[in-house]
Design a protein. Structure first.
Length: 417
């Protein structure tokens, strides 16, 4: 599994690259693409997927009318910097690239690191707006930090980064205003002038094992490509029961709140179910019946207890790397887990020999959130929040455990079976 996971992490350089990998994997498993702009024609026993922006939804139909829905969801975006519409500018002879903060990255971890640029560019091709997936890895960019001689208190007080002024990426020390990134991309990829773009930066280091136990690994974007890999693998491995509709959802835009047309707060999930109902001529209350007879998995990475900062954790709910899948709780429902759903998942883990852990935040340190509560509120379907533990969450490089992801794959496969 290691090589497949590392390849997924390395090649998922932007949400659109992740979506492209997922589509290719589904196509290899005989899933058929459907166009959201067309009427759906689906058949019992069929396998299908749709895409909207960076979001992909796949589903496999049983051989007869679905009496049950099995669904799991994750997200494919990660905290990073997204290039501004006009990214190139200069200061003296320095050619710089301006970017916006996407999500909540640990900004200091983005300093002194080589970055590539990846995503989509859009241009006019014979009167048609066309997009192309690009990866610019041969021209690394860097955000150099200020030398300690010029900031003597940086180790005690932190870097004090101003997000507008201190995160420019250095592209050249000599080209100045002669450099234009979008024109360079057009030239490198032999494209017409670029009209617009969705481009992000990504660290050029590859995923690799670390430590002495052959289990820990370091990579960019473990949150949340570790979950996306586990969902894709477990979903394609699972064999649904004869009356179950299986669905895997790979949402974009979780890191910026999910309240977009391709996010978990959209109508897309319920729309797909409704269009399946219409294509198969199912009863008008079919979706409503599913809504109240099933629950789904919301899969996102979880916090492991940090060995250097144990005081930041509720040690009665300690979580360790390599300790198994983490079930996440929050009394304010920032995680969607309920006691009833936790009992179902615990029973599944216990009967399948899958180790699990439980996470809850300290009362004086609010937790983050996931797609779980967002999708539940938008659709009325219940979900449970779970995932693999990791350290350095939202850093440019994060730390995870191979065995935990293997356990998550097994849990997802067991759920869909």
């Amino acid at each position: 599994m290691k090589d497949a996971l590392f390849r997924f992490l390395d090649e998922g350089k932007s949400p659109w690259h992740v979506a492209d990998k997922i589509k290719k994997a589904l196509t290899a498993e005989n899933y058929i693409p459907l166009n959201l702009a067309d009427s759906f024609t689906v058949s019992y026993g069929g396998r299908y997927f749709v895409e909207k922006g960076g979001t992909v939804i796949a589903f496999k139909l049983p051989e007869k009318e679905p009496a049950r829905l099995l669904f799991a969801a994750c997200h494919v975006d990660s905290p990073t910097l997204k290039l501004k519409p006009k990214p190139s500018f200069s200061k003296g002879s320095n050619a710089l690239i301006a970017a916006e903060i996407y999500g909540s990255p640990v900004l200091s971890s983005f300093l002194n690191r080589e970055f590539g640029v990846a995503g989509k560019v859009y241009y006019d091709q014979d009167g048609i707006i066309t997009s192309k997936l690009i990866d610019l890895s041969d021209y690394p960019l860097i955000i150099p930090h200020l030398a300690i001689h010029l900031d003597r208190e940086c180790n005690e007080k932190g870097f004090g980064l101003n997000p507008e002024n201190h995160l420019y990426l250095l592209a050249s020390a000599s080209l100045g205003d002669q450099f234009n990134l979008l024109e360079s991309i057009s030239k490198i990829f032999s494209l017409p002038p670029i009209l617009s773009h969705d481009l992000v930066i990504y660290p050029l280091e590859r995923a690799r094992l670390i430590g002495f136990d052959h289990d820990l690994f370091a990579s960019a974007r473990i949150d949340n490509l570790g979950s996306a890999f586990s969902l894709l693998t477990g979903f394609t491995k699972g064999v649904p029961e004869s009356e179950s509709l299986g669905m895997a959802i790979f949402w974009n835009h979780e890191e910026i709140g999910s309240e977009t047309a391709e996010g978990a707060g959209s109508t897309l999930f319920v729309e797909i179910l409704e269009r399946i109902r219409l294509s198969l001529s199912l009863s008008s209350d079919w979706v409503s019946r599913l809504r109240h007879s099933t629950f789904g998995l919301s899969i996102d990475e979880a916090h492991a207890t940090h060995p250097n900062f144990p005081e930041k954790h509720d040690m009665r709910h300690g979580v360790r790397l390599g300790g198994g899948v983490v079930i996440k709780y929050n009394a304010k429902m920032r995680y969607a887990t309920s006691g009833n759903l936790a009992a179902h998942i615990k029973r599944m883990c216990l009967t399948s020999g899958i180790p699990f852990q439980e996470f809850v935040s300290r009362n004086d340190i609010p937790c983050g959130s996931t797609i779980g509560p967002v999708q539940a509120a938008a659709s009325g379907f219940e979900l449970i929040d779970l995932g693999c533990p990791q350290l350095s969450m939202h850093g440019a490089r994060e730390v995870g455990s191979l065995i935990d992801h293997a356990h998550l794959v097994n849990l997802v496969s067991r759920y869909f079976s």
